[in-house]
Design a protein around this ligand. Structure first.
Ligand SMILES: [Zn+2]
Length: 458
C-alpha cells in the first residue's frame, strides 16, 4: 500500500512539473507530413531533436514561439542547386542549355570563380534560403569546401558535392587534382551533423566513362553520395546514344555500374519507361527542377510516371543563374504541380499535398536522410519552418496545403529552424549578416560585368 502511494505521488509530481526543453512551438496548424495535420498543436524541441508533436502540454520551453494563425511544417529540402551562382544571377538568361553553358556560364566561371567568390555567393544564397524556408540544400559547385563551411556557418543542412568535369575547373585543373581534392574534402566533413560531403560529376556528357567509373569507385570507398545531371535535354539523349551504342543516359550509366541508391539524378526530363524501371530498381532518386526545365525549354519530366514506378522524387531550384534565378523552393513546388497538370491534361495529376510531400519527406528520401529529417516526428532532427498565413494573399484558409502551395510565397516563411537552432525569427535572419552579403554581391556584380564580352540584358 505504501509503495502504491509513493508511486502515485511520483506520478502526480511528474504531472505538475512540466518538462523544460529548449523550444516549444504552440497553437499552430501542424503539418507533420507523416500523417494527418494537427489543428492547434505544438512541437517540443530539445538538443536539436523533436521530442513531442501535437499535444505538448507537458512541456515548457526556454524559448516559446506562439504560432497562432501559422502553419508549422518540415523545412523545404532543395535536392538540386548550385548556390554560389547567385552571384551570376541574370548574366545570361533566355538561352538554350548548351549555348548557355558553353558560351556564357563556363567562360564567366573561368574568369571569376575563386574560393572567395564561392564563399560570398554561398553566404548570400544561405540568407535567401533561410528567408524562403529551405533547411537543407543539395549543391554542386567548385571549391565545395567553402560551400560546406558557409552552410555550417549559417546553420543550414547541406549535401555539398564537389563538381567534377573533364576540363580544367576553376579550382582543380586536372582530374587527378580533383580526385585528390575530393578525397581530403570528404574526409574533412564526413560525420558532421549538418554537412554531407558528396561527389558531383557534372553529367554523362561532360565526364568520360573512365572518370565516371573512377567517381563510383571513390564513392564506394568513402561512402559518399553522388550528384549528377541526367537526361536533361534532347541534345544529351542524342549525344549519349551516338557515343554509347544507342543507349539512353540512364541505361548507359547503369551499363557501367554507376547507379545506386546513393545517386541523386537531377532533371530526368527524358527518362523513358525502361529508365524509370532502372532508377526504381537501383534506388536512384530524382531531383525534379520544373522551373529550370521550363526556363531552358528542356521539356517536362515524367514525374507522375516516376512516382507510379516507385522512384523517389524531390524538388530542386537548380542554379540561380539562367535556369531559375532565385532559390525559393515554393516557386518550384507549385510549378511541379502545375506542370504535371498541363502535361497530363489532368488537374488531379499532382495535388498540393503531394508536391508538399515531394518538397519535404520526398526530398529527404532522395538524399537518404529520411530517418533524420523530412517529417515532424519525435526522434527526428528539428528542421522546421513556420509560415504566416495571415497575409491578404493567403486569407481565408480552408485547406492549409492549398494556402501554402497555391497562394503563399517564400516571403510568408516567418521562422526557420535547423537542427533545433533558430536561423530566422519573425523574418529576421540571425545567422547571416544580410546587408554585408548584399554589399559584397554588388561588388562582385561590378567585377564580373567587366569580364563579359556582351551586355547581360541584350
Ligand atoms: Zn543543375
Amino acid at each position: 500500500m505504501k509503495k502504491l502511494f509513493a508511486l502515485l505521488l511520483f506520478f502526480a509530481a511528474f504531472a505538475v512539473h512540466a518538462k523544460t526543453v529548449d523550444i516549444v512551438i504552440r497553437n499552430g496548424t501542424i503539418l507533420t507530413m507523416a500523417g494527418p495535420n494537427i489543428a492547434k498543436g505544438g512541437v517540443a524541441i530539445d538538443k536539436g531533436t523533436i521530442v513531442a508533436v501535437g499535444n505538448i502540454s507537458g512541456y515548457t520551453g526556454r524559448t516559446t514561439i506562439d504560432a497562432t494563425g501559422e502553419a508549422v511544417l518540415p523545412g523545404f529540402i532543395n535536392t538540386h542547386t548550385h548556390v554560389p551562382m547567385v552571384l551570376f544571377r541574370g548574366i545570361a538568361d533566355d538561352r538554350a542549355l548548351m549555348d548557355w553553358l558553353q558560351h556564357f556560364i563556363f567562360p564567366a566561371e573561368a574568369k571569376n570563380v575563386t574560393a572567395e567568390f564561392v564563399k560570398w555567393g554561398t553566404r548570400l544564397g544561405a540568407a535567401e534560403m533561410i528567408e524562403s524556408g529551405t533547411t537543407t540544400f543539395t549543391d554542386m559547385y567548385y571549391f565545395e569546401d567553402e560551400v560546406a563551411a558557409e552552410a555550417k556557418r549559417a546553420g543550414l543542412r547541406a549535401v555539398a558535392g564537389e563538381t567534377l568535369i573533364d576540363f580544367p575547373a576553376p579550382d582543380n585543373k586536372t582530374w587527378d587534382a580533383a580526385m585528390a581534392y575530393c578525397r581530403s574534402y570528404i574526409k574533412k566533413w564526413q560525420g558532421d551533423p549538418l554537412i554531407t560531403p558528396a561527389l558531383a560529376p557534372h553529367s554523362p556528357y561532360l565526364v568520360s566513362k573512365e572518370h565516371l567509373i573512377d567517381t563510383r569507385r571513390l564513392a564506394n570507398e568513402l561512402h559518399a553520395p553522388i550528384l549528377i545531371h541526367v537526361s536533361e535535354t534532347k541534345a544529351e539523349q542524342k549525344q549519349i546514344a551516338e557515343q554509347h551504342d544507342g543507349l539512353t543516359p540512364a541505361a548507359y550509366l547503369d551499363s557501367i555500374g554507376f547507379l545506386g541508391h546513393d545517386v541523386v539524378a537531377a532533371h530526368g526530363v527524358w527518362l523513358d519507361a525502361d529508365d524509370i524501371r532502372i532508377f526504381a530498381e537501383k534506388g536512384v532518386g530524382v531531383a525534379h527542377c520544373p522551373r529550370s526545365n521550363m526556363m531552358l525549354a528542356d521539356g517536362i519530366a515524367p514525374v507522375v510516371d516516376m512516382l507510379k514506378g516507385g522512384v523517389n522524387v524531390g524538388i530542386g531550384t537548380d542554379g540561380p543563374a539562367g535556369s531559375g534565378n532565385n532559390l525559393d523552393m515554393l516557386e518550384d513546388t507549385v510549378l511541379a504541380a502545375r506542370l504535371q497538370k498541363v502535361a497530363k491534361m489532368d488537374p488531379t495529376a499532382l495535388s498540393a499535398r503531394k508536391v508538399l510531400e515531394m518538397a519535404t519527406i520526398g526530398g529527404a528520401k532522395v538524399l537518404g536522410l529520411d530517418t533524420k529529417i523530412g517529417t515532424l516526428e519525435a526522434g527526428k532532427r528539428a528542421d522546421i519552418i513556420i509560415m504566416n498565413l495571415q497575409h491578404v494573399r493567403t486569407q481565408p484558409v480552408y485547406a492549409v496545403e492549398s494556402a501554402i502551395v497555391y497562394a503563399a510565397t517564400g516571403d510568408d516563411v516567418a521562422t526557420t529552424i535547423v537542427d533545433g537552432k533558430v536561423l530566422m525569427r519573425d523574418r529576421k535572419v540571425l545567422t547571416v549578416n544580410v546587408p554585408e552579403a548584399i554589399a559584397k554581391a554588388k561588388q562582385y556584380r561590378d567585377q564580373v560585368e567587366k569580364t563579359l564580352q556582351y551586355h547581360p540584358g541584350s
